[in-house]
Write a protein that binds this ligand. Structure first.
Ligand code: ADP
Length: 623
């Protein structure tokens, strides 16, 4: 299929597209009495001597925010009908598209204004209404820089910050991992000491801590149980991961309920928090949590939390006959399993993934890992919003991890960072470009192409630097073997491990960044590279295709082209792009410099995506 055809089918979430959707009803299934977990003490949670900061956090958003401008407003649109009260819903089924669409034409007919018969006199459009501020509760398994494994952590921090800048109140609930970067948490205090989280018919005594992470208000869930759910020294990779994060979901909901918080929107992320909307609509809504609506963002379809019936008994949902339905949680491929990510899609009020291209890939391009059909069923509440980048944290003008600050106007200073990078890795100081790779060493990143790129670069008058690690020992060992093999090369350094600070030096010091992914929902490395004037060389997939435009072949105007792109995930594809990139560096330095400047001019900050998320939240909120 041609690129042009594809682009016509992408789903970008704009207010325009949202305003064409039918109004939401009060949403998913109504639980019956027996679905409500048994021993839930009814007393509201008493904070354990909350610090001044906590008291402030719990108050309704007090600041008068600057008005947030809605992108487009159809002043003729009929007013959205009041959502039907849940108690009146006749059926306990998840809301189907048909059900929502059924009344839409009639409403449109009834409330559309009469067609104009006299010529319309153009007047100034009415002022655009602002989106009223809201209280957003994020629930996530990662947040940068305190608990970061990959891009998910960056997104949770960056979006939370952007929403706050726009005048909304944002709080974030995270597990309290023992291996977190506690040096990034300020004022960590036990805020609630007596949360009893129902679990397998009993309850686990849990403390909730509060602390600021670079200004973000975070609550950390700390269970006191022999399971040691979050004291494992790593974030993921244990056999009981599904149980660990199911507990986290139940604890987060129990905390929201008992602390009396009433967020407008709960924003949860990936399978680890996908049980949140299930718990809300099957259980907590009937305990009084009627106000919040849920947006579920899928960062990676490859990990879905496929599990067995036990999870229902652990979390108090029970009723396997209810949940083992294809309309709810039954896995599309394994009839004996439940699928948490699928449940997140079915039960949430809106579902996003992290780029428009990937929304298409997941729903129509066979990359939804078995969830394409579910996305089709729920297509009316699904779309792609490109991730943003925290332009304050990733800023070559102020980055505290790099020795020389620079901007587009002082680009020559970037080369001091190149020198520093070479010193750090004992690389030869010569005329060659530095090609870099930073990322998780995961098959989805195209590891055989990364390996090929190392040798191809070294054989084609370039240096190569790699920073990456994998939770899989075999993969790490493979790259450690390569490192030993190339140890004597003055043009190559492979660093196996996770180093935030070093990553910044590489972004600032390298000339080219390769991202040869087989699968890439959004990708942040290319966005960070653009910001640091490091030219990305990427495979045309997911968010990479949405953000990098080929210098030679893109149909975009010259000044928008910012890198090199190849289509096929094979050596020939990679070589074609890398040859052009290295060739341009040597033979057309002016063009190369222009490419750098084009990249640095791009705006991949949270500015646009922040507005898209606000539009979505405003669309689903209980007004
Ligand atoms: P993914 O979410 O699939 O891991 P992304 O490209 O979306 O990939 O995000 C990766 C983020 O993690 C980037 O901020 C990147 O700089 C960072 N990162 C990945 N691996 C490392 C590492 N070994 N050391 C430091 N930072 C890393």
């Amino acid at each position: 299929m041609s690129k042009k055809k594809r682009s016509q089918t992408f789903t970008t979430v704009t207010l325009d597209s949202l305003s064409k959707l039918p109004p939401l009803s009060n949403d998913p299934p109504v639980a019956t009495a027996e679905s409500v977990a048994a021993p839930v003490p009814e007393t509201p949670l008493a904070p354990a001597a909350p610090p001044a900061a906590v008291a402030e956090v719990q108050a309704a958003p007090a600041i008068e925010p600057p008005p947030v401008v809605v992108e487009k407003e159809n002043s003729n649109a009929p007013p959205a009908p009041e959502p039907e009260p849940v108690a009146k819903r006749p059926s306990p089924e998840p809301v189907s598209e048909e059900e929502i669409l059924r009344d839409a034409p009639a409403l449109a007919l009834l409330e559309m204004p009469e067609p104009e018969t006299t010529p319309v006199v153009e007047t100034a459009p009415p002022p655009k209404p602002a989106i009223p501020p809201m209280f957003v509760m994020m629930i996530a398994s990662e947040m940068a820089p305190v608990a970061k494994v990959g891009g998910l952590g960056d997104v949770v921090y960056g979006l939370a910050r952007e929403l706050e800048i726009r005048g909304n109140a944002v709080e974030i609930i995270l597990p309290k991992y023992n291996n977190m970067r506690y040096d990034h948490v300020w004022g960590l205090t036990k805020a609630y000491d007596d949360l009893w989280v129902p679990w397998f018919g009993g309850a686990i005594h849990t403390s909730v801590w509060f602390g600021f992470v670079h200004g973000r208000k975070c609550f950390f869930i700390d269970p006191h149980s022999a399971d040691n759910f979050f004291n494992r020294g790593v974030y993921y990779g244990h056999n009981d991961d599904v149980l660990r994060f199911a507990f986290f979901c139940r604890a987060a909901m129990e905390f929201i309920h008992k602390s009396g918080k009433q967020p407008d929107v709960i924003h949860c992320h990936d399978w680890q928090t996908a049980l949140v909307p299930v718990l809300l609509y099957e259980m907590y809504q009937h305990l009084g949590l009627r106000h919040p609506r849920v947006c579920f963002t899928i960062h990676n379809f490859r990990h879905q939390g496929v599990t067995g019936e036990q999870i229902l008994h652990a979390t108090g949902l029970h009723r396997p006959e209810h949940f083992f339905s294809y309309d709810r949680m039954r896995d599309n491929n394994n009839p004996r399993a439940l699928n948490l990510m699928k449940a997140g899609i079915v039960y949430s009020n809106f579902v996003t993934t992290v780029s428009p291209r990937h929304a298409w890939e997941a729903k129509d391009g066979g990359q939804g890992d078995g969830l394409g059909h579910t996305l089709h069923t729920h297509h009316y509440k699904f779309g792609g919003v490109l991730n943003g980048l925290d332009y304050d944290y990733f800023n070559p003008e102020t980055d505290k991890y790099i020795p020389a600050h620079y901007s587009a106007a002082t680009l020559e200073k970037k080369y001091e960072n190149k020198k520093a990078l070479r010193n750090r890795f004992w690389l030869a100081d010569n005329e060659k470009p530095i090609v870099a790779f930073i990322g998780r060493l995961d098959q989805q990143k195209g590891l055989e192409l990364v390996r090929h790129a190392i040798f191809y670069a070294l054989n084609n008058r370039a240096q190569f630097v790699l920073l990456g690690n994998s939770p899989e020992r075999g993969i790490n060992d493979h790259f450690l073997g390569l490192k030993r093999q190339l140890n004597d090369s003055p043009d190559c350094h492979l660093e196996i491990g996770y180093h935030e600070e070093l990553a910044h030096l590489i972004y600032a010091g390298a000339d080219l960044m390769i991202v040869p992914s087989r699968y890439e929902p959004c990708g942040l490395t290319q966005l960070i590279s653009l910001r640091y004037g490091t030219v990305p060389v990427v495979r045309s997939v997911g968010g990479l295709a949405d953000t990098v435009y080929d210098k030679d072949y893109s149909p975009r105007p010259l000044h928008e082209r910012n890198g090199y792109v190849f289509d096929h995930a094979n050596n020939a594809g990679l070589e074609s792009a890398l040859t052009r990139a290295i060739g341009c560096y040597y033979h057309f330095p002016d063009h190369f410099r222009q490419l750098i400047l084009n990249g640095m001019k791009c705006d991949y900050s949270w500015n646009n995506p922040g507005q898209h998320y606000l539009n979505i939240f405003d669309y689903i909120r209980d007004k």
